[in-house]
Design a protein around this ligand. Structure first.
Ligand code: ZN
Length: 401
């Protein structure tokens, strides 16, 4: 396979997480043990430095339907509201007829905030169930995979284009990026949000690596991709979402906007800390192996002491961690989850049953927190349990939370 960004064939193995099931599909009882496994390996491109998976699970399998809803957590809801206000105040305040296109619009949570600010909105969402939830909530949504052809068929251009957390799972990367340029007005702003690989490495948050995430960007690498498609970064900052997300602002390259001071500072930090060097990724892989040994030793001690342990949250990324560490029902009795779409399902690969939080009949001694990116929210919501001595163990401890 050539590099997904620059077509180079000089790809080096960097991180091997073994064979893993597609982690977003929680299993119905009759599917347990019948799920397919695929290689989960990160390779590094010697030419453009982009970290990426060397195997693609077909997008129809990955995104035809999924049970992730962005509206279910409060801190994400606040983030979406803040993003809409920020984009409006910085770029489009008091403009008549303003419009926004959201790619990977999920249940419409982000677009509802733009609607409140007077925007004409359109979402594009590949999951049928999720697109229907958005439509029923009054958010116009196309149930399609966005690409250049879809953008041309829209027959209109937008003041703002938003893509949060989708830019790294695009099989048709170049067609999608061309589509974004096509759909963006000449004076428009493309708001790109992505998991920041530099932060993933610093946080040891290797569970952010899964089949949906085909690409792992830093600013230097995403800038190279955008430049290939006539787009350019002009500003960026790091936000504490998903354990460290980059919010980047992009315009047509032809506008020649000067990069902001904070964008330049972030790029300088990547260079001085060797964030785009192969050696950094190889060291990351070694640190993940150590983390596995330490986590298993801790769990073994807790089980030997007779502790009852539940997983907290059933996030997609949790499955990478569970499968790589080989943590199954021998350690965790169940995964406790708020999202009722996952009632009665089992985690792929390790087959841990999901239980809905409000339907729990017995509490554990320890919560092994898979949804670690909501650390603050989880600790704040569970004060009474903490006071009773229930322990919350966070396998990943993000800097930004
Ligand atoms: Zn490359």
């Amino acid at each position: 396979m050539p590099c997904r960004v620059c077509d180079s064939t000089r790809l080096e193995p960097a991180i091997d997480l073994g064979q893993q099931p597609w982690c977003n599909h929680f299993l119905r009882p009759e599917e347990v043990g019948r799920e397919p496994f695929y290689p989960l390996r990160v390779v590094y491109c010697r030419d453009c430095s982009t970290a990426q998976l060397d195997f693609t699970v077909k997008k129809e399998i990955m995104f035809g339907d999924h049970t992730y809803l962005s509206g279910t957590t409060r801190s994400l809801g606040e983030h979406f509201g803040g993003m809409a206000r920020e984009v409006d105040e910085r770029f489009f305040k008091n403009l008549p007829g303003k419009s926004v296109l959201d790619i990977g619009s999920n249940d419409g949570t982000q677009l509802k905030h733009f609607q409140r600010l007077g925007y004409d909105v359109l979402g594009v969402e590949s999951s049928k169930t999720t697109a229907r939830i958005a439509q029923e909530a009054g958010v116009p949504t196309l149930n399609q995979f966005f690409n250049l052809e879809v953008a041309r068929n829209l027959g209109r251009k937008f003041h703002a284009v938003n893509a949060a957390g989708v830019f790294f799972h695009l099989e048709e990367l170049h067609s999608v990026t061309d589509g974004i340029r096509e759909a963006l007005r000449p004076d428009g702003v493309f708001v790109l949000q992505f998991l920041y690989m530099k932060r993933i490495v610093e946080n040891l948050a290797f569970d952010q690596i899964y089949h949906e995430h085909l690409l792992y960007y830093n600013l230097e690498t995403v800038a190279k991709l955008l430049a290939r498609h006539g787009l350019a970064l002009f500003d960026a900052y790091l936000a504490p979402i998903h354990g460290g997300s980059m919010i980047a602002f992009v315009a047509h390259q032809s506008r020649g906007l000067a990069p902001s001071d904070r964008l330049q500072a972030l790029l300088r930090a990547e260079a001085s800390e060797h964030s785009n060097d192969l050696a950094t990724y190889l060291d990351f892989a070694r640190r993940i192996q150590r983390m596995k040994a330490e986590n298993l030793a801790w769990l073994d001690r807790a089980k030997a002491a007779g502790k009852r342990i539940y997983g907290m949250g059933a996030p997609v990324k949790g499955n990478t961690l569970l499968n790589y560490f080989k943590i199954g029902p021998q350690y965790l009795d169940c995964l406790v989850e708020k999202n009722e779409l996952r009632r009665g399902l089992y985690s792929p690969g390790m087959h841990i049953p999901v239980v809905i939080e409000k339907e729990l009949t017995q509490l554990p001694d320890i919560y092994y927190v898979l949804a670690w990116n909501f650390k603050k929210e989880i600790l704040a919501n569970n004060q009474p349990l903490l006071a009773r001595g229930l322990e919350f163990f966070f396998p990943v401890n993000p800097k930004d939370e």
